[in-house]
Design a protein around this ligand. Sequence first.
Ligand code: UTP
Length: 293
Amino acid sequence: MKPIRKAVFPVAGLGTRILPATKTIEKEMLPIVDRPLIQYALDEARAAGIDTFIFVTGRGKEAIEDHFDISYELEDTLKKRGKTAELDALAASLPGAGDAIFVRQQRPLGLGHAVWCARRIVGEEPFVVILPDELIYGPLGATAQLTAAHEQRGGNLVSVLDIPREATGSYGVIAPGEECYGVIEVRGLVEKPKPEDAPSTLMLVGRYVLQPEIFSKLEDQKPGAGNEIQLTDAMARLIGEQPFNAIPIAGRRYDCGSKAGFLAANLMVGLSRPDIAPALRALLKAEGLDLPS
Ligand code: UTP
């Protein structure tokens, strides 16, 4: 079985839910405490052994490319000022030379189309898709959980989280089949079902292992919800043709593409960081929010 070496990060979306902040700042560059979302995504991929990082960008997304490059003047100034810790943090954030590849999605036609734009770089091997605006926070990286399952099972794998039944109308959920050692067979994918119609309460999370055959499905995929070419629709067409399973992911998920999710992520990541938490707690307490520790 081929190991997974490549990750695709679709980052060409317009981020309309966070406008006007995302008019000139890429959604994926919004910071959670002190790192942009895209950095969490890259670090998560790296922790899973990925060595080729494919970013599907668009116009106005140049800061992502610059973020993963050296900043000569800044580094020189930090060096002269003896700011070693800051220099080390900058160095640790970089991918290796030649490990990051940028491809453009000329029109934001949907997530499925963005993934398809990476087809020539991915080639004939399995790969992961990581949606950087979904932050999955926990001790074990979500991508590492997926790639470990792929080593055992192969095929296509999606990650899922159990949600309250009344929330299914806002998410994609799986129609589950047999379960074996924590791996759940996927028999179908249903977008935003009413709670009473939902085949499960297992919500699709923005981390996928896909086989290269997905590209031929995406090639002729018709626009779906929101008139966009949806990755979920193309994945649904692979079910039955290839092994398709789901694994429940350990970690807390924050939809940082929504205002409330973005704020919650900042708060919760801040509260989990020993260097930030005491000061943050004190500030919240002064506002009358005395959080239990
Ligand atoms: P979203 O569904 O969050 O869409 O995309 P969006 O356009 O970024 O944001 P809203 O809904 O308008 O606020 C999920 C991921 O897919 C990427 C986004 O950049 C994000 O990482 N995407 C989406 C693309 O790369 N291209 C697209 O055409 C659409």
